[in-house]
Design a binder for this molecule. Structure first.
Ligand code: SME
Length: 152
């Protein structure tokens, strides 16, 4: 088992623990950021239950961000929620619909989390490395988001 696959097992252990939902999400952010050096900011955005076309910042690990609320369609996060698809921006300088959090960020991946076919949140990862994300990152993070969906 390689290290990314191993992460999936560790996420399952966190999900099955006695922690609260927010504590679990935060523990998953800490785990991913600590274990993958290319991941410089790891966080969750959750769909606002009172305003279903907006995302609210949830637990995260990394620098604070001014983007606490993001409408569907805006930025990489809003596009992933609107298109219901994982978005990998290997070079954010090429993105016209982008919300900057830090000048150090070079690439970003956003993976939607589905519950009964509906987007309920997403996992957002920023990297200070250009083209930081492989197809293996994508498939492992999608699997991790399927597991997280159980508690949302
Ligand atoms: N860059 C994101 C905004 C969220 S921050 O990366 C934490 C975007 O374009 O949607």
């Amino acid at each position: 088992m390689n290290s990314l696959e191993h992460l999936t097992r560790e996420v399952e252990t966190i999900i099955d623990s006695e922690l609260t939902v927010n504590e679990k999400l935060r523990a998953i952010c800490n785990l991913l950021r600590a274990r993958v050096s290319r991941y410089d900011w790891v966080g969750f955005y959750l769909v606002d239950k009172t305003k279903l076309n907006e995302l609210l910042l949830g637990p995260f690990d990394g620098e604070p961000t001014e983007h606490a609320r993001i409408p569907f369609g805006k930025g990489i996060c809003g596009q992933a929620a609107h298109r219901r698809k994982t978005i990998v921006a290997q070079d954010i300088s090429q993105e016209s619909n982008y919300l900057s959090c830090s000048p150090n960020v070079k690439s970003e991946m956003v993976v939607p989390i589905f519950k009964n076919g509906i987007v309920v949140g997403e996992l957002d990862i920023d990297s200070h490395t250009l083209s930081a994300f492989t197809s293996e990152d994508e498939s492992v993070l999608q699997r991790i988001c399927e597991i997280i969906s159980r508690i949302l």
